[in-house]
Design a protein around this ligand. Structure first.
Ligand SMILES: Nc1ncnc2c1ncn2[C@@H]1O[C@H](COP(=O)(O)OP(=O)(O)OP(=O)(O)O)[C@@H](O)[C@H]1O
Ligand SMILES: [Mg+2]
Length: 228
């Protein structure tokens, strides 16, 4: 498989702390989940990949430029309707008012929220807001969708709904790169697990193998603590 992203000796240092430490990694799976303990550097790595942070060392190589969108743990909603939130992202990309409206409504329908299109987004429940955020990302038809703990603030039913939407987005051909602390979810979504520990890549393993027999002591300890 050809890598769609290669990182060479990537580093991010704040003061004397190496948050991301000499990461060399090639991503080629369509669905990759980054796992690791709190503070390991997962969010930082995703932000570097999305271009929200600039590396202090090393390089990111994209063999082909990929359009990308990112979804965060806490959805950021504009003070307007759910529909206008989705349209906003599309307008930045440029489409006619009519076309933006059509695509936004279609994206809301994909996440099962067409009935709430005219509601003020900030008054929606946390799970509904996250679905609006997913619709906003999906409407852009990104080639890569990055998600940082998209279900961390949600109850189990909302989490499963968000998971279903992520799987639908993946099925449409979009590459998925995400973090989660929900190991069942990682198992259901990932093809490949990247395990990160103290800013370093400990291992990169196909999902079934990772959960059966992680190669590194760090990942073994992590799984033992999370799944006693
Ligand atoms: N701007 C910054 N300045 C200094 N330290 C930072 C900065 N951003 C992150 N850190 C530190 O870098 C480490 C990695 O943070 P990061 O948020 O990437 O971890 P994480 O793996 O996403 O953790 P969690 O599972 O809790 O979300 C943490 O120790 C954090 O405190
Ligand atoms: Mg994080």
């Amino acid at each position: 498989m050809n890598a769609w992203l290669t990182m060479d000796s990537l580093g991010l240092t704040e003061g004397s702390t190496r948050i991301i430490d000499d990461v060399s990694l090639a991503l080629s799976a369509q669905r990759t989940v980054v796992l690791g303990p709190n503070g390991a550097g997962k969010s930082t790595l995703l932000r570097l990949i999305h271009g929200l942070l600039r590396p202090s060392a090393g390089t990111l190589r994209w063999p082909q430029a990929l359009s990308q969108a990112m979804v965060f743990q806490r959805p950021i909603m504009l003070r307007t309707t759910a529909l206008a939130n989705v349209i906003y992202g599309l307008k930045l990309k440029g489409c006619t008012a009519h076309e933006c409206d059509r695509r936004a409504r279609q994206a809301l329908a994909h996440v099962g929220l067409e009935a709430l299109a005219q509601r003020p987004a900030r008054l929606l429940s946390g799970g509904e807001q996250q679905r609006v955020a997913l619709a906003r990302a999906w409407a852009l038809e990104p080639q890569l969708l990055i998600l940082d703990e998209p279900t961390a603030s949600l109850d189990p039913a909302s989490s499963r709904e968000v998971e279903r939407i992520i799987n639908d987005i993946a099925a449409s051909g979009t590459r998925i790169l995400m973090t989660t602390h929900n190991l069942g979810q990682a198992r259901r979504i990932a093809e490949e697990i990247v395990f990160i520990d103290r800013g370093r890549i400990a291992e990169q393993t196909p999902v079934a193998e990772f959960f059966r027999l992680p190669r590194t002591p760090a990942a073994q300890d992590f799984l033992q603590e999370e799944m006693p």
